[in-house]
Design a protein around this ligand. Sequence first.
Ligand SMILES: NC(=O)C1=CN([C@@H]2O[C@H](COP(=O)(O)OP(=O)(O)OC[C@H]3O[C@@H](n4cnc5c(N)ncnc54)[C@H](OP(=O)(O)O)[C@@H]3O)[C@@H](O)[C@H]2O)C=CC1
Ligand SMILES: CC(=O)N[C@@H](CCC(=O)OP(=O)(O)O)C(=O)O
Length: 346
Amino acid sequence: MRAAIVGSTGYGGVELIRLLEAHPNVTVTSVVSSSSAGSYYSETFPHLTEIVAGVMDDVDPALIRGKADVVFLATPHGVSAQLAPRFLEAGLKVIDLSGDFRLKDPAAYEAWYKKGAADQAYLDRAVFGMCELFGDEVAGADFVSNPGCFPTATTLGLYPAVKAGWIDPNSIIIDSKTGVSGAGRGLNLSSHFSEVNENLKAYKVNQHQHTPEIEMVLSRAAGRPVTTTFTTHLVPMTRGIMSTMYAAVTDRDRTTGDFLQLYREFYQDRRFIRIRQAGTYPATKEVYGSNYCDIGLNVDARTGRITIISVIDNLVKGAAGQAIQNLNLMMGWDETLGLGFAPVYP
Ligand SMILES: NC(=O)C1=CN([C@@H]2O[C@H](COP(=O)(O)OP(=O)(O)OC[C@H]3O[C@@H](n4cnc5c(N)ncnc54)[C@H](OP(=O)(O)O)[C@@H]3O)[C@@H](O)[C@H]2O)C=CC1
Ligand SMILES: CC(=O)N[C@@H](CCC(=O)OP(=O)(O)O)C(=O)O
């Protein structure tokens, strides 16, 4: 299959190119740039010298349709809303990494993203591709909206317990930390070295655009509307997300062992979800550069609350890796194709 990457000079785009190099069924035939068309990709990314040859293409759906069958949009919010319909109408399959097609209610999108929403017909057409939860819906789709990085770590960590009714969904508090690459490659004040180094900072408190996406998934698990408190923190590392989640257990007789068994059964045969042994908790470095989501948990009988810890690499399971997993599901291939590599450690 031939693939094009739009937004190829960004972090999500360059990670897609790295991962697709190892995919047995996909060849990247077009790297696309709105700002550097005509120049060599390896000039922007010298680490890909002799790996990605050739110059970048302009954002031209008709030209790209001649070179590719699927396009990944690793473009900012607002840009994808404009580009996805053009690529779909040109006859390409589209996998969008932005938040533009995840929420199906345009009013909710506009309230949280502070931008105009995409056309309702395309919002309805885009399948929300949270692979381990709703992967069945992705099979055969031509347009997939890839989930956000925080919603991936967070909802994979909460879904089995909410679905089973073992925690009170409206008691959930989510405390998330992210590395700086989550903010993209563009320069901005809050992500430059001296602002981030030796610093720990909460941001977008009660205003983060991933809140409604997390609530959308949890509401589906609970079968009723769920609201949650979600706080993000920037930490001085490049990659990685850790979501630490707290909730009230509904039956105080249920133990850590009971929850671990529930999670193991829920995710059995799901290669990219690893449930830790009792008493051990995942660290971001243990999934670095990989498509894994690792989950550990503990029930505190004293308080009747559970603590759930979930980690991912924001650029792999939180972006490019899950996007490729979605392509595998769209095409009816084994979902692990091209993604079976171990984390980089240390
Ligand atoms: N970084 C992360 O961890 C994650 C990112 N995402 C989402 O993925 C998307 C990409 O993120 P990321 O790679 O970090 O962002 P970057 O800022 O690193 O890259 C975005 C790229 O989009 C391209 N672009 C900008 N404007 C336009 C335009 N008008 N038309 C076409 N291309 C444009 C630019 O490339 P050029 O100038 O070459 O066209 C730019 O390099 C975003 O929507 C982001 O929210 C999702 C999950 C995790
Ligand atoms: C550090 C940092 O700023 N991270 C970004 C991650 C969001 C992102 O990447 O956007 P998506 O909605 O497409 O997932 C943020 O918190 O907004």
